[in-house]
Structure formats: C-alpha cells, structure tokens
Design a protein. Sequence first.
Length: 314
Amino acid sequence: MLALTLAALSGLGLGTCLNSRAYSAKVETAYPADGAMVRVDGHDVHVLARGPEAAPPVLMIHGASANAREFSWTLAPRLQTDLRVLMADRPGHGWSDRFDGAETLAAQARQMAGALDQLTPGQKAVIVGHSFGGAVALRVALDRPDLVSGLVLLAPATHGWESGGPAWYNGIGSTPLIGEAFSQLIPIAGPSQIRQGVANVFSPAPAPEGYYEKSGIGLFLRPPNFRANAADMTALNGELAAQSRRYGEIKAPVTVFSGSKDTVLSPKIHTGQLKRQVPIDLVILPEEGHMPHHGEADQVAGAIRRLAFAAQTR
C-alpha cells in the first residue's frame, strides 16, 4: 500500500512538473524576449526600448507580479515620439536574470542603474516606478543621484508597515524546497485566479480590456518568476523600513500619482509619509485605485514629459 501511495505521489509530481514546463514554453512563445539584453554585474537585464536614441531618457520600473510590458501599450506610445523610453524587467521578472540577493532594493536598483549606464551614458533620466517599482526608483535616486533628473511614482511602495505580513502564497513561495514544489502548482490554478483579481487591483476604475494579455501577466506564473516575486514581497517590509530613513537625501524633483481608493497599498502609510520627508508634487486621483498609469495615462505622461524636458534646461 505504501509503495502504491508513493508511486501515485511521484506520478502526480511528475505530471505537475510537466504541466508547468508546458505552460512556461507556451507563455514564453507568446511573450518572447524581444528587447535588449544588457549585462550588468554578470547578469542580464531585459530592456524594451522605444523612441529616438538621442531623445531625453525615461526609465520605467514595473511593480510586483508584472514585467516591462506593463508600460509598453499605455505610457510608451504617449511618450516615444520625442523621448527615449526604456522599460526594464526587474531581476527574476520577465526575462531578466535572477541572482542571490536580488530581493534587496539595493540590488534591484543597481541593475536598473547599470542598464542606464550602458544605454544612456552620461545622461540623467526621469525614473518612473509603479508600486514595488516605486521603491526601486527611490533607491536609484538615493544610490545613483547622478543618473536621475526626476522621479514619477505611481501608487508607490515607500515605507514599511507595522501589522500584517506577505500574502500566504508569497510566504510559501519564498520558502526553500517547499516553495519550489509549491510553485509548480501555480500554472494550474494561477491564470484563473489572476484574471479574477485584476478587477480588484484597478477598482474603482475599470480594468482595461485585454489587460492580462497585453501586459504579458502570464510570464509571472512561471515557477522561477513566481518564486522571485515571492522573495521580493517577503523582504519588502524590512527593506522599506531601512530605506525610508534616507529619503531626506533625495534632491531630484518628485511627482507622485496616488489613487485615493487604492486598496493594495495604503496612500496614508506610503505617500502620506513620503510627503513629510521629501517635497513632492502630489496628484491625488479620487476615482483611481492602484493602477493610475492606465486610467490617467495622459496625465501621467504629461508629468513625465515636463520633468524630462525641464531637465534639459537646468
């Protein structure tokens, strides 16, 4: 009986692994690495580039569970006529390499800065960060102020919080061995769960039609990508608690777009505290949730353009 049980479990595990491999192959064919691979500290950073190479640069950094395609059909088309728009996959997301220690904000900022060093040498860029990407954008401004002409933060994660921890699935996904096994199940149940959750992230604004497909969200459900995201989210609270003590060092102009009905990241905990430490141009959006760069893309693009061209005259 024990032998039969073990055989059944082994078969189930093999079937799950085969399913996750098939899923990964399918989604990678649908959303290939069609940007540039920039080598930074021995690891590839995947960057989508749009617009004239000689134009003022803008670097966009995506949030959790996402990738560089998040901006490719929203903000980039509004900016790429006269700005050099760079959209980077964070380490372990999309097509960028993951490495030991990549869950730290310092490491992620170093990869983003390294991409700028190579793609726009000698220039300062406007750094745009959404959610988790906002935390990375702030860290680039802290660690490499020589690269930053301004920040545009979209519903950013900025400060640690006192209660609550990572979502249960991130806690499991970031656990050695157990997380590896658990992540093999994600391609089975994940797509339907993510699709159902999209509306909540956008609420009260409507989710754009085709958001899941246009943003390549399916890449997130590959087991290594899921584990990378889980490790990021598990470390984030402590990382932000330490990083936020330095925000007074930031000298670049900062614009923040905050949805007043954001239920993913509390504007009071994050944007509210940032405002007390750094002079910011705060744009409060009364009918937006956590995704202001979709519903208010024109307004966000306008703020990016103003900072980018103002920097040319300073």
